[in-house]
Design a protein around this ligand. Structure first.
Ligand SMILES: [Zn+2]
Length: 268
């Protein structure tokens, strides 16, 4: 049933089949991200192995504080599909948590690649160990609901259960307290924003670019990557390419535009 609904909604959304406070745990994640960023020879060894023609540039020194103001506990969070920054960075995001390829972990480690994972419990739960390994490398772990229901139109109690329930699960299983939420299928309404705020979410994150079988597609605006763009790398039911391959395709486009990859949690 979930799959059927997913297929219908995905076609309606045109781009993708998918469709997720600095606490001590988060600081650990940041340190891990900074610590694994390859320098010099290590980075030079890695990029060819992963199909890139040159090393991935290091992202600029990240802002001292998030660029967006934190809303109050009951203030609807902003909904963003890009970040307002002039830094030459884009942000790579991955949804659901179905694919758990150990080689993707190697890729993140060897490229020092910042990634953000929006996890759905009913999809990711059998493999939280995989996501713990990515988290240890600095990956951001964020909220994509318990059961991947399209939020818009659901009553408050149901939406709150989907969002707060996943906050609780991610805290219990991975020790994280997500601040970012991506609604399944990009579907949300005013009730979603209220429930998200009540669950501790500070920003609702959509995407401006998504990788499709035809290459990168854009929800609006210029049909090219721009600084601050949030990219949905996968999954995408139309291609079924492994996330590693999808990531390489995106990274080539990123490098062609003279950009690199930033860590979304440093900016939101
Ligand atoms: Zn999804």
């Amino acid at each position: 049933m979930r799959r059927l609904r997913a297929a219908v909604l995905a076609s309606a959304l045109l781009l993708t089949g998918c469709a997720q406070s600095v606490d001590p745990i988060e600081r650990l994640g940041k340190k891990a991200a900074e610590g694994v960023r390859p320098h010099g020879p290590a980075a030079d060894r890695g990029y060819r192995h992963w199909g890139l023609s040159r090393p991935l540039a290091r992202s600029p020194r990240h802002p001292a504080r998030p660029l967006t103001a934190r809303p109050g506990p009951h203030t609807p969070p902003p909904v963003v599909d890009r970040v307002a920054t002039r830094d030459p960075v884009v942000f790579l995001t991955y949804d659901d948590g179905a694919e758990r390829d150990p080689r993707f972990v190697d890729m993140v480690r060897e490229l020092g690649l910042p990634v953000t994972l929006f996890l759905t419990d009913s999809v990711a739960a059998p493999g939280y160990g995989h996501f713990a390994r990515l988290r240890a490398l600095g990956a951001g772990i964020q909220n994509h609901t318990v059961d991947h229901r399209a939020p818009a139109g659901l009553p408050y109690a149901g939406q709150r259960a989907e969002i707060c329930g996943q906050q609780d699960r991610l805290r219990a299983r991975l020790g994280v307290r997500p601040r970012l939420f991506r609604p399944p299928y990009g579907s949300y309404d005013a009730t979603t924003l209220r429930a998200a705020a009540d669950c501790g979410i500070s920003t609702v994150v959509l995407w401006r670019a998504a990788l499709t079988a035809a290459g990168l597609g854009y929800t609006h605006g210029p049909h090219e990557l721009r600084p601050g763009d949030i990219v949905l790398v996968g999954p995408d039911e139309s291609t079924r390419l492994p996330l590693r391959e999808r990531t390489v395709r995106v990274l080539r486009r990123v490098q062609e535009r003279g950009l690199t990859v930033g860590r979304l949690e440093d900016y939101l």
